[in-house]
Design a binder for this molecule. Sequence first.
Ligand SMILES: Cc1cc2nc3c(=O)[nH]c(=O)nc-3n(C[C@H](O)[C@H](O)[C@H](O)COP(=O)(O)O)c2cc1C
Length: 195
Amino acid sequence: MENKVIETIQNRRSIRRYKQNQITDEELDKIIEAGCYAPSGGNNQSSHFVVIQSPETLNELKALVVEEFSKMEIKEDTYKSLKASILQSKKGNYDFTYHAPTLILISNLRGYGNAMADCSVALENMMLAATSLKIGSCWVNQLKWLADNYTVKNYIKKFDINEDEIICGGIVLGYSEQNNLPPIERKGNHVTFIK
Ligand SMILES: Cc1cc2nc3c(=O)[nH]c(=O)nc-3n(C[C@H](O)[C@H](O)[C@H](O)COP(=O)(O)O)c2cc1C
C-alpha cells in the first residue's frame, strides 16, 4: 500500500552535512506553515518560531554556545549528548548547526504544561515537510539545554524571546550533502497490543 505520508516519515533522516546555498523563501514558508499546522494543547497556538538565516547572527550564536558549554562541568550523570557538546566546545571546534544555512528555534510560554509537547509536534511537522521538499533537517537541542543560562537568556532577547518564554528545541535546515540515507531500523521502543 503506497502512502506518501508514511513514506516521508520513514525516509526522514537527521542530516549533519549541508550545502551552503540557502533554501528558498517559498520552501521555508511551506516548512513554517507545516509547523504552525501542528496540533497544540487546547489549541493554545503559543509556540514561537524564530527563523535565523543571517550568517552573522548564526556565527554569533554558535560562538556563544561554545563559550557557555566550555564553562560547564561534566558530572557522572550528565546526559551523553550534552557531554559530547561540552567536550567538543572545550576543544573549541564545535558547530551545533552542522554549518546548515537555516536554524529554527522554537520557544513557548514558561510554566505552560504543554510547552514541550506543542513545540515537539511542530518540530516534527517541520522536519517531515522538509523531507517531502527534499530539504535536509536535524533536531538540535543545544539551545534547550542552555535555556536557563543567564548569558543565553539575555542574548535571545534580540530574537524577541523574553523572560516569559523558554526555548524547547530547534532544527537546522538546508540542502543535504548526504542524500539517500537509508532509514535506521527501529529495534527499540515498546508496543503493546490489547485486541
Ligand atoms: C529530542 C531530540 C533531540 C535531539 N537532539 C539532537 C542534537 O542535539 N543533535 C543532533 O545531531 N541530533 C539530535 N537529535 C537527532 C537524533 O540523534 C536522531 O533522531 C536519532 O539518532 C535517529 O536518527 P534519524 O533521525 O536519522 O532517524 C535529536 C532528536 C530528538 C528527537
